[in-house]
Write a protein that binds this ligand. Structure first.
Ligand code: SF4
Length: 448
C-alpha cells in the first residue's frame, strides 16, 4: 500500500465528514478500508482459533486452501459463465443504447461487486481443486437464484438456507466447506473447525471491516447498535462476533423509526417492558436498556440504505448531545459508516439515472438480496420500478411478475410497458451476474 493511501485510510472519518452532505445531496460516497488489511483483521478477530491466516483463507487449520486470491483460470471461468456481450456493448456506448422504439439506460454501477466476483471465483476454484471431495456451502454463496442453482447443479450441497440438503453435524474431516462472502457464525466456524473440514474462506473484506469496528466497541465497553436486518446472514455472523467478548452487547435496528424509539428511550427511560418486548429478538442475551444504552457505537450492515444509515447517525448525535451535552457526548457515542463501497456506488448511480427520465426502472436481483432491495427502494422513489429476480419474470410486453418493496410475495402487473418510444432504466444488485442482466434486456428488446 502506498504511503499516501495509508494516510488516507488512517485519517479517514467518513461519518463525520459526510453527514452534512446528506442534507443537500441525498447521498454520499466514501471508500471502505481496502482488502489489504484483511489478514491483519482476521488475526485480531479470531486470535484463538486461527493458527495461520492467509488472505483468501480462513486458515482455521493447516489444511485450509492457501490462496491469496482466486487463480486467474477460475476467475476467467466464472467470468465466462456470467458474461453478457450485450451488457458490454451498452456500457461501451456510454451506458445507453437504442433498440427500435426502446432506449435502454444502464446504471453506471451494476451487477457483481468485487466481493461477489471474488467469492464466486474462489468457489469455482475449490471445485477444480477438490474434484473428488464432497463440497458444501454454509448457505447460499450469494443471494442470486441463478448462481446458487449453478452450484447446486455442480453437486455442491448447502448446509442451511432455502437449498439446504445436508446437516453440518454430518460432515467429516474429508469434506470441503465454502464460507460465503457475508461470512458465517462463530458457532458454525467452531463446529467446522472441530470436525477438521477444509474451509474455503470467501468472506468479503468489507464485511470484516464491520467486525473489526464492533470488536473495537466491545473492547471499549460500548454497546454496538447496528443498522441491519436481523435475519440476514451477514448480521448473524456479525453479532456472533460478540460471543468472543465477555459482557459485550448489541442491539439491531432495522430503520429510522426504530432508531427514534431507541433515542426516545435513552432520553426518557419510559416503558421499559415494552421496549424489551419490541427488541427481544434483536438484542444480546440479558440486554438491559437502562445499562446497555449508556455508551453506544454505531455500525451498519454493509448493504443497507446509506442515506438512512447516515440519518440514524445524525439522530443519535442529537440524542447524545441532549443527554450528555455537546462537549462530552463523544465520550459516550462512537460512530462509523460501514456501508461498503460497491453498495454506495450502486445506490448513487440510480440517483444519476433519474436524469435520463426513464418511464420505468427494472431492478434485477435475488428477492433476499439486501443491496438489491435497497436499490429497488431508491428506484421506486424516482419512477415506476419493478424488482425481478429472473428473466422469466417478464412474461411479455403486457405482463410482468415482480416483488413490490416491503412485500413478501410477487405480484403480476399488466400493461407495464408503455406504447410508443420508451426509455427503460436497468440496474442490478451486487450479486446479479451480467448474464442475467443481458437476458432481461434481450427479452425486453425482443418486443420492439
Ligand atoms: S456488497 Fe459489499 S460487502 Fe457485500 S460482497 Fe459486495 S463488496 Fe462485499
Amino acid at each position: 500500500m502506498s504511503a499516501a493511501r495509508k494516510n488516507k485510510t488512517k485519517s479517514h472519518n467518513p461519518h463525520k465528514a459526510e453527514c452534512i452532505a446528506i442534507k443537500h445531496e441525498g447521498f454520499h460516497v466514501w471508500r471502505c478500508a481496502p482488502d489489504t488489511t484483511r489478514a491483519d483483521t482476521m488475526q485480531k478477530l479470531m486470535p484463538k482459533r486461527v493458527e495461520k491466516t492467509f488472505q483468501g483463507s480462513i486458515g482455521l487449520n493447516s489444511r485450509s486452501l492457501k490462496v491469496p486470491a482466486p487463480q486467474k483460470e477460475s476467475r476467467r471461468q466464472s467470468q465466462n459463465i456470467y458474461h453478457s456481450q450485450l451488457v458490454e456493448d451498452i456500457k461501451s456506448e456510454n451506458f445507453s443504447k437504442q433498440f427500435g422504439r426502446y432506449t435502454i439506460h444502464l446504471t453506471r454501477s451494476l451487477g457483481f461487486c468485487y466481493g461477489v466476483d471474488r467469492a464466486v471465483a474462489l468457489a469455482y476454484e475449490a471445485c477444480q481443486k477438490y474434484p473428488k471431495k464432497n463440497i458444501y456451502l454454509t448457505t447460499e454463496i450469494i443471494h442470486n437464484p441463478t448462481v446458487n442453482q449453478n452450484f447446486k447443479d455442480m453437486g455442491i450441497r448447502f448446509l442451511s438456507g432455502p437449498h439446504q440438503s445436508a446437516e453440518i453435524n454430518d460432515l467429516t474431516k474429508d469434506d470441503v466447506v465454502i464460507v460465503p462472502a457475508f461470512g458465517t457464525t462463530i458457532r458454525d466456524l467452531n463446529v467446522l473447525h472441530n470436525i477438521g473440514c477444509t474451509l474455503i474462506d470467501t468472506i468479503c473484506g468489507s464485511v470484516m471491516v464491520v467486525w473489526k469496528r464492533i470488536e473495537k466497541y466491545a473492547r471499549n465497553g460500548f454497546t454496538s447498535v447496528i443498522h441491519g436486518k436481523r435475519d440476514h446472514e451477514e448480521i448473524q455472523a456479525t453479532v456472533s462476533q460478540m460471543t468472543q467478548h465477555k459482557n459485550a452487547h448489541y442491539l439491531i435496528i432495522k430503520d429510522l423509526n426504530e432508531a427514534m424509539t431507541v433515542c426516545n428511550y435513552i432520553l426518557r427511560k419510559k416503558n421499559k417492558k415494552m421496549f424489551i418486548k419490541k427488541f427481544k429478538s434483536c438484542t444480546s442475551a440479558d440486554f438491559d436498556p437502562d445499562k446497555h444504552l449508556e455508551k453506544i457505537g454505531l455500525a451498519n450492515q454493509t448493504t443497507m440504505l446509506s442515506k438512512e444509515s447516515l440519518e440514524i447517525g445524525e439522530l443519535f448525535k442529537v440524542c447524545f448531545k441532549e443527554k450528555y451535552g455537546p462537549k462530552t457526548y463523544k465520550n459516550y457515542l462512537m460512530t462509523f459508516d460501514t456501508i461498503c463501497q460497491a453498495t454506495q456506488e450502486r445506490q448513487d448511480s440510480i440517483v444519476a439515472l433519474k436524469q435520463k427520465k426513464p418511464a420505468c426502472i427494472i431492478v434485477i436481483g435475488g428477492y433476499n438480496s439486501s443491496n438489491t432491495t435497497q436499490l429497488h427502494k431508491i428506484a421506486s422513489s424516482c419512477t415506476q420500478s419493478y424488482h425481478i429476480n429472473l428473466v422469466d419474470c417478464i412474461i411479455n410486453n403486457k405482463k410482468i411478475r415482480h416483488k413490490p418493496y416491503n412485500k413478501k410475495e410477487e405480484i403480476m402487473t399488466s400493461n407495464w410497458l408503455p406504447d410508443g418510444p420508451v426509455s427503460i432504466g436497468i440496474t442490478a444488485g451486487a450479486s446479479t451476474p451480467n448474464k442475467v442482466i443481458g437476458d432481461v434486456i434481450e427479452r425486453i428488446i425482443s418486443f420492439r
